[in-house]
Design a protein around this ligand. Structure first.
Ligand code: FDA
Length: 307
């Protein structure tokens, strides 16, 4: 219930203004977001790389309603990737992109998002790195998978995200578990109706395990995005079962969440990638993090009350 309220708030302009202007919101934002500028994000990236972690950088933005905004965000990604090319961290840092930020919801949006995503992928290739397409609201899934297929013709290492809460998740994983295919598996962070998504925690976890089995048993490169200790352990067992070397899959976690666990797994020899969001448009991202976990909301409310 609380989750639904927070997810609804993530799309409300009124609540957005309230949260953005609350005096101490920024302290909370700082825990989950690596600053508003490229320079801030790159400083965090460098630190995490020196701790033995891999990175995926997300220039925050979503649900773009004007073509000029989509153009601006595309340019920001090109700028970021230019910086990664310059400092040579492309082998450790990739980027995550939301197609709705690149124009997917505009009239003729799929075409616009594809063209913009092509530019981002080309800049990534020049920086010796790659792009993963984040997965958003369930209404965009088919379109995002179509764009992915087109991008992979030219940029085969472009990664996909599959949300285990979708009833069709296992089917999507099976279709993507082929050679060279990079697939991030997450539980799913948006609000979706029962007709398309599992809504119970156990059902979602069971779907996550089924999807992991498909991906870890397949020929692609699985990226297990979760903070859930049980699922991380099952992922490790499946790697052993399928004889996967540590460099043939990775764990992924969000910046600011379970940082000690990120480092512990990396010290054990696993590949661990941290999702590092940055930029001014942090509101939707923050609200999804609060919706995920009551403890995060408690942290937020305490910080508002005690400062
Ligand atoms: P969940 O939130 O259910 O937590 C399970 C358990 O993990 C908890 O019971 C606790 O034990 C532990 N845990 C979680 N948070 C903790 C904390 N702060 N401290 C200590 N323990 C904690 N979603 C989406 O829809 N599209 C996308 O493209 C992406 N992309 C993405 C990338 C990456 C790298 C990650 C990690 C996640 C995403 N997500 C996403 C978000 C994802 O769908 C999901 O909402 C969150 O990861 C939360 O789900 P968990 O799997 O972590 O489990």
């Amino acid at each position: 219930m609380l989750r639904q309220v927070l997810l609804a708030a993530s799309r409300s302009g009124g609540v957005r203004r309230l949260v953005e202007t609350a005096p101490y919101t920024r302290n909370v934002v700082r825990r989950f977001v690596a600053g508003e500028s490229v320079a801030g994000a790159l400083a965090v990236t460098e630190q995490l790389i020196s701790d033995g972690l891999l990175i995926t950088l997300d220039h925050l933005g979503e649900d773009t309603v004007e073509a000029s905004q989509a153009e601006t965000i595309t340019g920001r990604y090109e700028e970021l990737l230019g910086r990664l090319a310059q400092n040579g961290s492309g082998s450790r840092a990739e980027v995550s992109v939301k197609l709705t930020a690149l124009g997917q919801l505009l009239d003729d949006g799929e075409k616009i998002a594809l063209e913009n995503a092509r530019r981002v992928c080309a800049a990534a290739r020049d920086a010796n790195t790659t792009v993963t397409l984040d997965m958003e609201d369930h209404t965009t899934v088919d379109s995002t998978l179509r764009v992915l297929r087109k991008l992979r013709e030219e940029f085969p290492s472009t990664g996909a995200v599959i949300q285990a809460y979708l009833r069709r998740a296992e089917e999507y994983c099976a279709a993507l578990a082929d050679e060279g295919s990079r697939v991030r598996l997450c539980k799913g962070a948006y609000s979706a109706p029962e007709s398309v998504a599992f809504t119970g925690r156990d059902e979602i976890d069971r779907s996550y395990v089924r999807c992991m089995k498909v991906l870890m048993g397949g020929r692609g490169y699985p990226m297990l995005a979760t903070h859930d200790p049980r699922l991380i352990e099952i992922g490790g067992s499946l790697a052993g079962l399928h004889g996967r070397e540590p460099d043939s899959f990775e764990y992924q976690m969000l910046y600011g969440i379970r940082p000690n666990e990120q480092r512990r797994l990396a010290r054990l020899g696993a590949q661990v990638r941290v999702y590092v969001p940055y930029g001014e448009q942090w509101y939707g991202y923050l609200m999804r993090r609060l919706a995920e976990r009551p403890a995060n909301l408690g942290f937020f409310l305490r910080s508002l009350a005690t400062k």
